[in-house]
Write a protein that binds this ligand. Structure first.
Ligand code: PMP
Length: 381
């Protein structure tokens, strides 16, 4: 009986043996020299992964949503206004967080499966002064990838703090903080880093931190960057107990990322996305996300006629692969397949073989072997 399934939901992602190994080591003191050194290394590596020289990294126990909350609360005054550029579910969440804390915001949405165009941002900035502009890099619900580099170009001559939610992108898709003048990249452990959920991470530019210092009281305690800053500069200090094993595992994951090399890692994500999509197209599937906005980290796949969500995912699971269903308005209409983090080519082949097996059992008409062949053609160049 197969007990372990290949986890291809869009996060958490499969855990590399080196990371699992690190997680299973006995918990050591959070002020021991070994942990302090690893915490420092994790912080420094996180900055390298987002191409940031002078900013401040933060790693705290929590998840992506906490990182979103921290980014907003530390960047805007009660009286100031935020602009949220949303391509779906997680942009809406940003607006909900602003709402929960009584922060003023404008929400620009687009049709799901697309992203807000830079021209729309330009127009909004010409009409209203925003203290912060927030974009979800990849919306994990719609699969839409935002043109964050183009937004940066538009924001070049503006004072606004530029915040990117990189939860479904950082470490898998290029994000260049310094070159693009990004002020905050927020992310989490469980996607492109391939670490179990449990960490909220941010890298904040000098400008972002200066802005925080100008805000008097913010409605936060655990989420306040200024309470964490002394710990991030010297992890032997105490504010709130860091999750030792998770941070050590994250440190290992950053080593894996940097050993692979950032450019190579981004190209591998792009190649795997192309290979998987070539297979799916060959099998007759289409995508929820429009072509120009397809992300390298996940595919949101429309169900063809005759394939029902629950039976498909149940059978695919029995054949060894876990994929996610839709969220919100896409529920029942799509499945979401993650292809990010430390997944290997053999795992991609396994997933595609299991997909064909699942489709055959559902009596779906396709040319057997054609999906796998299409993926192999892409992967072999
Ligand atoms: N932003 C994006 C783009 C996400 O995909 C997610 C989680 N899927 C979040 C934020 C929230 O992260 P978490 O579930 O870790 O709180």
């Amino acid at each position: 009986m197969q007990t372990e399934k290949l986890l291809l939901i869009p996060g958490p992602t499969p855990i590399h043996p080196r990371i699992l190994n690190s997680l299973s080591s006995p918990t050591i003191s959070h002020v021991s020299p070994i942990f302090v050194a690893e915490f420092k290394e994790a912080l420094s590596n996180l900055k390298k992964i987002v191409f940031c020289k002078d900013g401040e990294p933060f790693i705290v126990a929590g998840t992506g949503t906490l990182a979103m909350e921290m980014a907003l609360l530390n960047s805007v005054d009660k009286g100031g206004k935020i602009l949220v550029l949303s391509q779906g579910y997680f942009g809406q969440r940003m607006a909900q967080i602003a709402e929960a804390f009584g922060l003023k915001y404008d929400l620009i949405e687009c049709e799901w499966g697309k992203a807000v165009l830079p021209e729309v941002l330009e127009k909004s900035l010409s009409e209203t002064k925003y203290e912060a502009v927030v974009s979800t890099h990849v919306d994990t619900c719609t699969g839409g990838c935002a043109p964050v580099k183009d937004y940066a170009e538009v924001l070049k001559n503006h004072e606004s703090i530029y915040i990117i939610d990189g939860v479904c992108a950082t470490g898998g898709i290029e994000e260049r903080m310094d070159d693009w003048n990004v002020d905050v990249i927020l992310t989490a452990a469980q996607k492109c880093f391939g670490v179990p959920p449990g960490l909220a991470m941010l890298v904040v530019s000098k400008k972002g931190l200066e802005k925080r210092k100008t805000l008097k009281a913010i409605p936060a305690f655990y989420s306040d960057w200024l309470r964490w800053l002394p710990i991030m500069k010297d992890p032997s200090k105490y504010f709130s107990t860091p999750c030792v094993n998770e941070i050590r595992a994250f440190c290992e994951s950053t080593k894996i990322v940097l050993e692979e090399g950032l450019e190579k890692r981004f190209s591998r994500h792009a190649l795997m996305a192309r290979a998987i999509r070539a297979a799916l197209i060959e099998l007759g599937f289409t995508f929820f996300t429009e072509k120009p906005f397809l992300a390298d980290t996940l595919s949101v796949v429309n169900y063809p006629e005759g394939i029902e969500d629950t039976s498909f995912r149940t059978l695919y699971y029995e054949n060894g692969v876990v994929v996610a269903g839709g969220l919100g308005e896409t529920t029942g209409r799509v499945f979401r397949l993650g292809h990010m983090g430390n997944i290997s080519v053999s795992q991609v082949y396994f997933a595609l073989e299991a997909l064909e097996k699942t489709l055959s059992a559902l009596e779906y008409k396709f040319d057997p072997g054609s999906g796998l062949k299409a993926a192999k053609t892409v992967l072999r160049g």
